[in-house]
Design a protein around this ligand. Sequence first.
Ligand code: NAD
Length: 505
Amino acid sequence: MKFANNTKINTADELAKINDQSLVRSKAYVNGKWIGAASGSTFDVTDPGTLEKVGSVADMDATDVRKAVEVATEAFGTWKKTTAKQRSALLRKWHDLIVSNKDDLARLMTLEGGKPVTEAAGEVLYGASFVEWFSEEAKRAYGDVIPSPVSNSRMMVMKQPVGVVGIVTPYNFPNAMITRKVAAALAAGCTVVARPASETPFSALALCELAERAGIPPGVLNIVPCSSENTPAVGRELTTNPLVRKISFTGSTSVGKQLMGQASTTMKKVSLELGGNAPFIVFEDADLAVAAEQLIACKFRNSGQTCVCANRVYVHESVYDEFVEKFVNLVKEKMHVGHGLSEGTTFGPMITERGMFKVEDQLKRAIDAGARVVIGGRRPEGLNAGGYYLEPTVLVDVSDDVPMSCEETFGPLCPIYKFSTEEEVIRRANNVPVGLAGYFFSRDIGRIFRVAEGIEVGMVGVNTGIISSEVAPFGGVKESGIGREGSRYGIDEYLNIKYMNIRFI
Ligand code: NAD
């Protein structure tokens, strides 16, 4: 593990390097206009790599959001009548603009979210891929003709947009979590009121600026940033306002449960992409070099702050020592901790202080119970005089009972456990209330099917640590949520099925 070039980064100077400054928007976007909160309040956004201010953003409250919902309801009346082809063309333009502004969007994302700028550029393209995908899917929201049991009638199924969608997104993918939802909703003919994470609103607002340039009509996409203080009331407004017909949320399981409860009062459709606790299993017949390489990306991308990242690594006892050595060597070689805009950084800060404290608490409790740190385990010194930096950390001898083994870490801790048999490791992998992603490495075709079918998750990576793609269904089972995003299934979350029985007269 090395420290990347540690020249002091100045957030304001880096912000000024964004070529198209009109992408840096600090107001809400409602009804095609950039507006402040009625109260005039704003909140600050901080660069987690320097702890300097990126900017101040309009702090919309529940009353502001109610107005945005009314606007979206009005716009739905016309947007739902546009043809799929028209919506498709607008989404395609939006996609092209996102791609052509990739570098500016990536820089902005790094400044508010901390991830290394090359990783941020990857997210921009990943985010854009959903807009492209749903621009194509818009045209394929087919219905059905059902063979009628009665000779003088015909039965049909049509799909219609659900209406106004309320969207709440987390801080770890400030671009892609917005596009994955918004593009599907707009393709289906829904209108949107989206509230981006308080830590990372600038990426969402920049996307909105590009949507406006693409010609998305006023009222169809509304973005209402708010501070963490206003969040519970804004969340309540979106989940209880009867004009909102669908809630799409990505975030933790605990907040997901709360929003689902609130949404039940008006029986909204819900999509919930919640927390994970992914097992990453290395069998004795695995290619250990490939498994170690894949674990680097799977565990340490975005400093371990991804919902699908490996949380518990199980390695067969016969290859355990060899695997740990290989993996630790890769951590030493590839992980360069630093500000996301410092040359050579591959591992940035955590996004929030709250997240950093949670990780440090899990680390302490594991060590108190006997775990041993093989590499990492500290806040690196001297990095930009602050910032939420934690070293990528590998641990062995971790008890199965400590929080690190039972709960989602959402940070750069990598506990590596030993196992003896396939049955045992499947049982341990499933011994958590959530089930989002899981990974395993093996060359035995029988085992590949047994384990893929046996682990209780929504997504399985076999001999790979990377699974996310716009063409594949993203989502979990158990307490990891409800619904799927991306893929041909994703648009259905924003469509109602209507059945029509036509009797001949
Ligand atoms: P979080 O649940 O605390 O917050 C998620 C979002 O919800 C944030 O924008 C937050 O401000 C907002 N929020 C919090 N309380 C709210 C309320 N009462 N009403 C409305 N909004 C509210 O989660 P987090 O710590 O910001 O994000 C990390 C979590 O998100 C992890 O559990 C991670 O696994 C999960 N996640 C899941 C996916 C997925 O696709 N399954 C993707 C990314 C992150």
